[in-house]
Design a binder for this molecule. Sequence first.
Ligand SMILES: Nc1ncnc2c1ncn2[C@@H]1O[C@H](COP(=O)(O)OP(=O)(O)OP(=O)(O)O)[C@@H](O)[C@H]1O
Ligand SMILES: [Mg+2]
Length: 598
Amino acid sequence: MPSEPEHDEILGRAYDQRLVRRLWAATRSQRGLILASAVLFPFIAGVELVQPYLIKIAIDNHILKADWPGLSRIALLFLLTLAALYGLRAVQSYVTHVTGQRVMHDLRRMLFEHLQGLDARFFDRNAVGRLMTRVLYDVEAVSEMFSSGLVAILGDVVTLAGVIVIMLGMNWRLALVTFSVVPVLFAVAAYFRISARDAYRVVRTRLARLNAFLQESLQGMVVTQAFAREAQEFGKFQELNADHRRALFRSTIYDASLYASVEAIGSAAVALLLWYGGGQIWRGMLTFGGLVAFIEYTNRFFLPIRDLGAKYAVMQAAMASSERIFGLLDVEPAIRNPGAGRMPRRPDGAPPRAAVEFRDVWFAYADEDWVLRDCSFTVASGERVALVGATGAGKTTIARLLNRFYDVAKGQVLVEGVDVREWDLKALRRHVGLVQQDTVLFTGTIEANLRLGLDGEAARADIERAAEMANARRFIEALPRGWAQEISERGANLSQGQRQLLAIARALVYNPAVLVLDEATSSVDPESEALIQEAMGRLMAGRTSLVVAHRLSTIQGADRILVVHRGRIREDGRHGALLQRGGLYARLYELQFGARSA
Ligand SMILES: Nc1ncnc2c1ncn2[C@@H]1O[C@H](COP(=O)(O)OP(=O)(O)OP(=O)(O)O)[C@@H](O)[C@H]1O
Ligand SMILES: [Mg+2]
């Protein structure tokens, strides 16, 4: 996915009416908090604006007139405003951060819930890393808008407007002196802001590359070591790491320059004020306290302007991120439940001809690259059928269609005589138990992994029965902590055979009427193999089963064998009969299992 991170870093407008409206709707439950923080800002601005005025009064009316009691009163008042200001700031900071965190929590919940409803095809097309970025980084960028973006900008605007009005009211000539540096300020700020933004975009792109590299590299560490490629991998990592550092350094320079130049321009404005205001004092047009207050107001004028740039960046990032978040939330699941709790009902009430039927099924993962073409077969109730075929023939695909991970392009997949598209999804997936080719285990205890299928409602006895049937019980109970043994990520602390036994047990907890077993291709040791075979024989007995067979013993235990070739069922019959025919099956059998005599 080399081009994707770049695409993700396109920043656009800092304010988009449509997106803000959707965000407003999405954060409905936090509205009270958002409004509370919006209410706090004008108060803070008000207190900030009063302070310089108090200084002016202190100097002009009390210090210069040696009025000690009056000065004490003003000092006390000033202290009170300070206390009020810090109190208000603390509350505001608390409220905005809580808002941001709640928004983050809500959005993550919404995204995860939505992702859970999406289908296999969606996950085929979207890299895990990108989806993680949506749920982690993008959500954080949006929440930042709530903790230090939108509302804070409103506060800044109120402060700025207040400062301008007060300065003009106090002494418009002096006010114009301060404002004279504003165009320079805007020009400098705009220049550095744009450069900083571009630099930041590069930082993010490089970080995304570093991330992608790291993810792949850590996952494949053992392979890297096996091929003694550590030095090359380290070189690549170093390069990406250094790239990122350089970009970060450049972005820091712009940020620092921005701050420094705003400070410098602010100081220049103060110097101008001293020079011009000093002259006004001599001519009696300005009081000494007035000049000091003006300098204070000037500082309060520059601060929000300096921070506006940073807040603008926060808004831009939030807009870009919310665009992507909503883009993801807008993805419609391709597989929809036809109606909760809907169970298949055959109109005539007659028992179905077949437990499983593929009727002229055409299927492609992408466009018209047909993986299954006109594929038809049936499995009768209680029948044990083995599915064989060369690698890539479409066996796993058939298993997936039975669980409706994907929908067919043409034709029908029927379970108990009813199209899978009419089944309630949950009911279908309980009815057809699937053991997948590559076992996926989750971190957690053995028991939790087996309980997975039944929303925690399975009794311990069901789990033990399933493990017993799957021949997994003996090894589970031999583990140091037994059923409570923690499985590490990807089941790394279990052997391949143990993982398969667990997967089989997991499918059996449901006691499904139809069992679809996609045998793992990897070979296991003879003892595990024997255990698995024995377990499979037991669980297939009296149950409709479709087993994608890679093992000789599985094939021989089947009632019937279907041969898949290029997405079609090409041969169908018993082992002996098919061998006699000398067709595809005979050839496959010989290639895969050696001598024909077996
Ligand atoms: N998720 C997917 N997205 C796109 N193409 C896929 C996907 N899964 C499988 N394919 C393609 O579909 C074809 C059939 O794959 P399938 O996994 O069904 O083969 P198989 O018969 O199970 O093979 P094996 O014996 O190796 O398990 C292959 O050409 C494969 O490249
Ligand atoms: Mg397969």
